[in-house]
Write a protein of this length. Structure first.
Length: 239
């Protein structure tokens, strides 16, 4: 880790603060949510310091304890009535802007690769094109919510693309980790995200991006279906 500058550490910390704030703001600033996320960030940071996630000779891969809870929380919110009531009031503007964080994160991932901490396949020089979402997020935000040149269908398509790119890198990251089911990166495995503060990437940033996409897609699909159901053609030709 000595090959990485303080700037890379700072980017991940600030990126984590940014996504936590954007989710907090989008949800109407519920204090319980903020406390829960901050406690979770503190827990994974502590275990990142202790080296808990770097243990490989264990029955259950420690990496799963890092990525699993955040993903489980996102799915739980979608699968429960209480969770759906909360997410149906979330601001899509904030969720869209949240994805801008994926650009600086990709820069850090490339630095981790250069330091020998992640495989090349996890960078934009490999099969990670997630940087596209980060670069286009502010553009989509402007076109949809400011200029109103793109509607629900366009935003929905962009979210599906972003979700596909995110799921791709999530799969690659897990499959490149030192676990019994490792598929990639044997010469240079994914170990960088098991150190603090980089544990915040799979523990906070990735679940936040996944949650933002899933919530946005749910909201937009409902809006598109409602619009289609309420649409009445001005003229129906006689047959």
């Amino acid at each position: 880790m000595e090959h990485l500058s303080f700037f890379n550490h700072l980017i991940i910390v600030l990126s984590s603060v940014f996504v936590i704030y954007m989710l907090f703001k989008a949800a109407g600033k519920p204090k319980n949510f903020l406390i829960l996320v901050l406690v979770w960030a503190g827990i994974i940071s502590f275990f990142g310091f202790t080296g808990f996630y770097r243990e490989v000779n264990v029955a259950i891969p420690r990496f799963l304890f890092l990525v699993g809870p955040g993903i489980a929380f996102s799915l739980l919110m979608l699968l429960t009535k209480r969770g759906r009531r909360l997410i149906d009031s979330v601001e899509l503007t904030d969720l869209t802007l949240l994805h801008t964080v994926r650009f600086p994160v990709e820069i850090v991932l490339f630095q981790l690769y250069a330091a020998g901490m992640v495989p090349q396949i996890m960078t934009f020089n490999g099969y990670n094109f997630d940087v596209i979402t980060g670069l286009t997020a502010p553009v989509i935000f402007y076109l949809v919510f400011k200029a109103e040149l793109i509607g629900n269908r366009g935003l929905l398509a962009w979210n599906f693309l972003g979700l596909a790119l995110l799921l791709t890198i999530m799969f690659i990251a897990v499959a490149s980790s030192q676990t019994p089911f490792q598929l990639y990166g044997f010469e240079q495995p994914n170990i960088g995200v098991t150190y603090f503060p980089f544990v915040l990437l799979p523990g906070i940033i990735v679940p936040a991006a996944l949650f933002a996409h899933l919530v946005s897609i749910r909201r937009l699909v409902i809006n598109v279906l409602k619009h289609s159901a309420n649409f009445q053609p001005k003229y129906t030709p006689e047959i």
